[in-house]
Write a protein that binds this ligand. Structure first.
Ligand SMILES: Cc1cc2nc3c(=O)[nH]c(=O)nc-3n(C[C@H](O)[C@H](O)[C@H](O)COP(=O)(O)OP(=O)(O)OC[C@H]3O[C@@H](n4cnc5c(N)ncnc54)[C@H](O)[C@@H]3O)c2cc1C
Length: 327
């Protein structure tokens, strides 16, 4: 089935907007990314599941996108049905010390909802952009806490199987990693356990975290958060700053002068520009410290020349290895 046949079929179902050849740069915080052959925004959880079952049955490649705040989408785009959770999965339910929320809910909204219910434990999430779904996949975290500290159960859709419920242990949370990346589960809903606390103290913490971020990160510039993971016990930002990389640029992709582990798009940056900059940084850090930086941002779509878009290919595809001379 070609893209236009897929789009025609989906439009018949009246499940929300269906776009063809939709630039993903419109749907990512980096403002980077080639077109999705089909882009669909289902209106409800039922619509989303109907689409998932259908693409699965017909072996049509698909990709689920939250707010696009942790992705670097290939300039070649994605020959797949990109399913956005931005309209579906928006419910939030507070029950005693538990919050149950749809995977399309924004983390910031969730943090505010917890505050209104005088529940503590989600303050760290107030300044992390993106959806609950993306946060589960990434085990998102900040200020000494992360999703695995609060998640109790997750309802997912599994390819070839359907809907099932996972425990937090099943989800296999690690530092900015989870079994979602391996098992290709789609998060539908999660329940989180919090604790009753003092509303003023919760709000103070949230304000403190938001202020901190404004002071230390390039708020306002297009970016996808931390580009590299911290190589425990060190910090990627410290290492990158120490090699003098702040301000390095390739085209409009610039190493932020505010925080060295952020690459910002000053206008017309391409995924290729960001990738070249990442290769350069990684090579110089390795030459100086013998530490291999691993990407936190997720590459989506094919690599250069249409190769498989794995980081291994992306790093070494053009000889951009870790040996001198660096690019
Ligand atoms: C300015 C800025 C600051 C940031 N700060 C932090 C921070 O402090 N800590 C931190 O951890 N992250 C941070 N991030 C990264 C990002 O915000 C988080 O990783 C966030 O959780 C991603 O959510 P998303 O909805 O945007 O996911 P997306 O970028 O849309 O997707 C990320 C991955 O999750 C998958 N995905 C999304 N939704 C689902 C779903 N429902 N089911 C299955 N898979 C899904 C996608 O397929 C993709 O592989 C920051 C980003 C920015 C731009």
């Amino acid at each position: 089935m070609n893209a236009s046949e897929i789009a025609t079929e989906l439009r018949h179902w009246d499940i929300g907007p269906v776009l063809e050849n939709e630039p993903l740069s419109r749907h990512t915080s980096f403002r980077i990314g080639g077109p999705a052959s089909v882009y669909v925004q289902p209106n409800s959880q039922e619509d989303l599941i109907q689409i998932l079952n259908w693409v699965d049955q017909h072996e049509i490649p698909f990709f689920v996108l939250g707010q696009g705040t942790n992705v670097l989408v290939s300039d070649l785009g994605l020959d797949a049905v990109v399913i956005s959770t931005s309209r579906a999965l928006r419910h939030i339910l507070v029950d005693q010390e538990r919050i149950v929320a749809g995977a399309g809910v924004l983390l910031t909204k969730l943090a505010h909802k917890a505050h209104q219910a005088a529940l503590q434990g989600l303050e760290f999430a107030v300044s992390i952009p993106g959806t609950l779904g993306g946060a589960l996949v990434m085990n998102a975290g900040a200020h000494g806490s992360e999703m695995r500290n609060i998640v109790e159960q997750i309802r997912v859709w599994e390819p070839g199987y359907g809907i099932k419920t996972l425990s937090a242990t099943d989800a296999g949370f690690e530092y900015r990693r989870s079994q979602f990346m391996v098992r290709h589960w789609i998060a539908l809903e999660a329940s989180m356990t919090l604790k009753h606390g003092d509303m003023h103290a919760i709000l103070d913490n949230m304000r403190h975290f938001m202020d901190y971020r404004k002071r230390t990160q390039p708020v306002g510039d297009a970016n996808a958060g931390s580009v590299f993971k911290n190589p425990h016990p060190d910090y990627a930002g410290r290492l990158i700053e120490s090699i003098g990389a702040k301000g390095w640029h390739v085209g409009d992709a610039v190493v932020s002068p505010v925080h060295a582990n952020f690459i910002v798009n000053r206008g017309k940056a391409k995924a290729r520009d960001v990738l070249t900059l990442m290769r350069r940084i990684r090579c110089h850090v390795f030459q100086r410290y013998h530490i291999v930086l691993r990407p936190e941002v997720r590459w989506i779509g094919p690599g250069e020349g249409g190769t498989e878009g794995t980081w291994e290919n992306l790093w070494y595809g053009e000889g951009g290895g870790l040996q001198e001379p660096c690019e």
